[in-house]
Write a protein that binds this ligand. Structure first.
Ligand code: FES
Length: 149
């Protein structure tokens, strides 16, 4: 409830702003809380993109579908497995205008913004308008865990 200036019965501008911010913060918290991550299209059960493991989880070879990949958005990384036991990692930022790639399917990494597609094998541009490949990252397998650097 908003307070009024003494004797006027009308909320002050300052109090209206404070009230709006408080309501906005509550709405933001409500919107964030309780929302479950959406399953990736083509995720487990069909397709060639698996759901990304939670950030605290170790990424294991079995998490990466052969011929597909996993997007680790919080790490700006897409990890692919073009052939069994062959792992590749790239930046998840499209080289066109900087959108984050969204899906991995049919052997390509897809940007949702303007349709660019990159090869899961080497990050090269398969379909523009992206002007250059996704920058490669180093992926290593140690003791059953994949590490990206
Ligand atoms: Fe990815 Fe334009 S930003 S295609």
């Amino acid at each position: 409830m908003l307070d009024s200036e003494p004797g006027r019965g009308v909320p002050t501008r300052r109090r209206v702003l404070i009230g709006s911010c408080a309501l906005g913060a509550v709405a933001a918290i409500a919107a964030c809380g309780g929302e479950k991550p959406k399953a990736a299209p083509g995720g487990p059960g069909g397709g060639d993109q698996a759901a990304a493991p939670a950030p605290s989880q170790v990424l294991r070879p079995g998490d990466i579908p052969v011929g597909g990949g996993v997007i680790l958005g919080d790490q700006d990384t897409v990890v692919t497995q073009p052939q069994p036991g062959q792992f590749r990692a790239f930046s998840a930022t499209c080289t066109h205008l900087g959108c984050q790639v969204e899906r991995v399917s049919d052997g390509t990494i897809k940007c949702p913004c303007h349709g660019s597609q990159y090869s899961v094998a080497d990050g090269s541009v398969v379909h523009g308008p992206a002007p250059k490949p996704l920058p490669a990252k180093t992926v290593t397998l140690n003791n059953g865990a994949l590490t990206i650097s």
